[in-house]
Ligand binder design. Structure first.
Ligand code: ASN
Length: 310
């Protein structure tokens, strides 16, 4: 019992945490302002549902049973985002979305994985990757600009110097980067660069758009922070046609029935082309404040494999 109190008192006693949370507040206000100006409508988060993101890496299942149905705790709202933008009245949406991913224990020391985190998740109907990537570059520049202006004191206290990068951010093809830098290409590039950059074309989840003419090539993107801070955002254009989604699920050994109403919507021709992505909030705060360990930017941080106290 005492272990719990000690841990929480240590976290709450940290001035670094308080500075990081003030930076977080300014960053979220800046994001909200930007999204509002760009005409995005904010949805409230979905936290339990019969369907969720299958993710492209393996985590333990987080499920609950309710009223005779199996529900998953949200890993990401990607499938709900695609369904939402099929509305003619909601072409641009975003959610400040809590996600639970029961990550494997080996990620405990990564400095950037939490089993419970929040992402700012966005989707735009009929958008392509250029439009979405441009939007995200402007968003990140605005956030850095606003945080520098509003939180100069906190940044100075943390010894953090950060400047809004110039645009467009550099781009790298993931396959070429892997060939040149090996499996850890994202970390190597993040370590060596001093500007945020894009990694394009990852083999990933079934919903990211595969080039119909070049199987195995994807119209998706990761935004990566420099100075070793790693991934900021992942996203992509989406596939929406039933036959394509069905084939891609089968290729990944996933069952169509696991995606219930989403696949029924696709079959009925109700899904539409879109593009989007999501920014991890705690990872953004970590980068803005220059704090390496993600455990230090949240009072109730839950690291993979840890025994949680609160
Ligand atoms: N938010 C991501 C996307 O929009 C999905 C994810 O978090 N796995 O593509």
């Amino acid at each position: 019992m005492m272990e719990g109190i000690g841990k929480i008192r240590d976290a709450l006693g940290s001035e670094r945490l308080a500075a990081a949370l003030r930076i977080q507040g300014s960053a979220l206000r800046s994001v909200g302002e930007f999204m509002h100006k760009e005409g995005f409508v904010q949805l409230m988060p979905v936290m339990i549902s019969p369907i969720t993101d299958p993710l492209c890496h393996s985590v333990y299942d987080a499920r609950v049973e309710y009223a005779g149905q199996e529900l998953s705790i949200t890993k990401s709202m990607i499938l709900h985002k695609q369904v939402a933008v099929s509305s003619p009245h909601l072409p641009k949406i975003y959610i400040v979305s809590p996600n639970v991913r029961l990550e494997r224990e080996h990620l405990r020391g990564s400095g950037r994985h939490l089993v419970e985190f929040t992402q700012v998740d966005m989707e735009m109907r009929d958008a392509g990757k250029e439009e979405f990537m441009g939007l995200m570059e402007r968003l990140l520049c605005k956030v850095i600009h606003d945080v520098r202006r509003e939180r100069a004191e906190e940044l100075a206290f943390l010894g953090r110097r950060i400047e809004a990068p110039s645009t467009p951010f550099p781009r790298f093809d993931s396959k070429k980067a892997r060939a040149e830098y090996g499996e850890a290409f994202e970390a190597s590039l993040s370590q060596s660069l001093s500007t945020p950059f894009w990694l394009l074309d990852h083999a990933r989840e079934f919903y990211d758009r595969e080039d119909p003419e070049r199987r195995g090539c994807y119209h998706n993107y990761d935004l990566v922070y420099p100075e070793g801070f790693g991934e900021a955002l992942s996203g992509g254009e989406r596939d929406w046609e039933y036959e394509t989604l069905k084939r891609k699920l089968a290729e990944r050994g996933q069952k169509e029935e696991s995606f219930g109403t989403y696949m029924e919507m696709a079959k009925a021709g109700h899904l539409v082309p879109s593009a989007g992505g999501g920014f991890g909030v705690e990872r953004l705060v970590r980068y803005l404040s220059g704090i390496r360990s993600i455990a230090e930017v949240s009072p109730f941080a839950k690291l993979p494999g840890e025994r949680f106290v609160l």
